[in-house]
Design a protein around this ligand. Structure first.
Ligand SMILES: *Cc1c(COP(=O)(O)O)cnc(C)c1O
Length: 479
């Protein structure tokens, strides 16, 4: 018998693992089905592992122990929520990997209420007839953007897809070569257009597209599309045709104009301490686009959603579109978005939204917070670590304001290289997990994206990471 075969024969039977008393709690009752599959899965994985590595003899008892531990670990993970709370110390406000914008408590509460209680989602309580609760949310969006009407869908990708599909009706879509962009991993403009059933007519060049380029390409039945360059900047020998010029051209030729505004800015950039130059959603709508689309969870500061704003007849048509249901939002989203839009309607200054507050944070306040954090961290840091406060920049994130940096203050924690790496990793494995920047000067904590009540949690997490690293170091020196 080959060495491999004798090792494979030591793999415990699935039934033997299933009978282990330490798995009894997991395998009891209705859960038996799925937990049994995990056992089978782990046995299969063990078999392929033994096949692959040419290691020494296998010991049945040790393999059994390994299996039980692996099954418990995997089952444990499945019984916990799928995600972990994160303290975002990166300073990136609209951090796509960390969930983009945070909702204000009121909007989250509203989502919770409609999620756990019945509501007049689709009933007019006065008449007792079928109604549309969503309409009021859409009215709020339309009012804020100065649009005749609005439609809420799943996200901006869905908004753009539906708007173009509806207006082009299979006719060609004219787009500048400089705006055939990719957003995130899966949103590529030419692919979205292909999925609308329209042919894409690219005009101009990567760096320069003039009004004449559009004019030459326009054919009857075409839709003109303009897309905001959210996540990159074009510099040097460039020319871009303004939305206003395109609107005039479209008015003259009778071709509809769609603008993908990306972020959905509803307050002036200067109020957010961001450089001027980005247009407000209301300005885009006022330019005379047929439809403007944007995200709900970027600079708008709300939840994942897509807004389609513009002409009342178009929006009414979109509302009746057979594919609208395929991209509609859940009641929790609608309630959360309602809370966010209401915050805009109520506001006399900056609306009370965490994302906007983080963007607009005063550098003097960030300095105070960084100093306070630095003192607390230094009091707990291992001796060989240096803690300092330095001026730096944080970024908006979420494919918004690609090149803008916001003045901030970082707490930089510098220690032995191996310690930095270990600490960085350990911070991510806690609950709440902590995500910080690791750069040339050390671990950098940006207070901009930490809520005030998260500062002590962050210090606790560092204490925990340092003590874990210290224990490990001791084990290493002893060994
Ligand atoms: C972010 C973005 C999108 C995608 O928006 P989602 O809401 O994430 O689907 C589309 N277009 C532009 C210009 C964007 O910036």
């Amino acid at each position: 018998m080959s060495d491999l075969q004798s090792r494979l024969r030591e793999i415990p039977q699935v039934s033997a693992v299933l009978e282990d008393a330490r798995l009894a709690d997991l395998l009891a009752g209705r859960r038996r089905g799925w937990a049994g599959r995990i056992v089978q899965d782990e046995v299969d994985r063990l078999r392929s592992r033994l096949r692959e590595d040419a290691g020494g003899p296998a010991d049945r008892a040790a393999l059994h122990e390994q299996l039980v531990a692996a099954v418990r670990e995997r089952c444990g993970r499945l019984l916990r929520p799928a995600w972990t709370r994160v303290l975002n110390a990166t300073g990136v406000v609209i951090h796509t990997n960390l969930g983009r914008a945070n909702l204000p408590a009121g909007a989250a509460d509203a989502a919770r209420t409609v999620a756990t209680r019945y509501s007049d989602l689709e009933m007019d309580l006065v008449s007792g007839q079928r109604g549309h609760r969503g309409r009021l949310v859409e009215q709020k969006a339309a009012l804020l953007a100065g649009a005749a009407d609005a439609l809420v869908v799943n996200n901006n990708a869905a908004a753009l897809w539906l708007a173009v599909r509806y207006l082009a009706k299979g006719g060609p879509v004219v787009l500048s070569r400089g705006e055939v962009v990719a957003i995130g991993g899966s949103f590529r403009l030419h692919e979205i257009i292909a999925e609308t059933g329209s042919a894409l007519i690219e005009v101009g060049t990567t760096n320069r597209t003039t009004l004449a380029d559009y004019e030459r390409a326009l054919v009857p039945g075409a839709v003109v599309l303009k897309v905001h360059r959210s996540n990159f900047a074009l510099e040097g020998f460039t020319a871009e045709t303004s939305l206003a010029d395109l609107a005039a051209l479209c008015a003259r030729t009778g071709c509809p104009l769609v603008y993908d505004a990306g972020s959905g800015l509803l307050v002036s950039p200067t109020d957010l301490r961001l450089p001027a130059g980005e247009s407000l959603l209301a300005e885009d709508v006022a330019t005379g686009c047929d439809l403007v689309t944007c995200s709900g969870d970027k600079l708008l500061g709300g939840c994942q959603a897509g807004l389609i704003l513009g002409r009342a007849d178009h929006v009414a048509g979109l509302r009746e579109h057979p594919l609208r249901r395929a991209v509609r939002v859940d009641k929790m989203t609608l309630a959360a978005l309602d809370g966010v839009l209401t915050a805009y309607l109520e506001a006399t200054g900056l609306p009370a939204l965490p994302a906007l507050a983080a963007l607009a944070a005063d550098p003097a306040v960030l300095q105070e917070r960084a100093e306070r954090l630095a003192v607390a961290l230094a009091a707990n840091a291992p001796q060989e670590w240096l803690v300092s406060v330095v001026a730096d920049v944080s970024s908006v994130g979420g494919g918004s304001y690609a090149t803008a940096g916001m003045e901030t203050r970082l707490v930089v924690l510098d220690g032995p290289r191996a310690g930095l790496e270990a600490c960085h990793q350990h911070l991510r494995r806690q609950d709440p997990a902590v995500v910080v920047r690791l750069n040339q000067s050390g671990l950098a904590v940006d207070p901009r994206t930490l809520a005030a009540d998260e500062e002590t949690l962050l210090v606790d997490a560092f204490v925990c990471a340092w003590s874990a690293a210290a224990t490990k170091a001791k084990v290493v020196t002893r060994g």
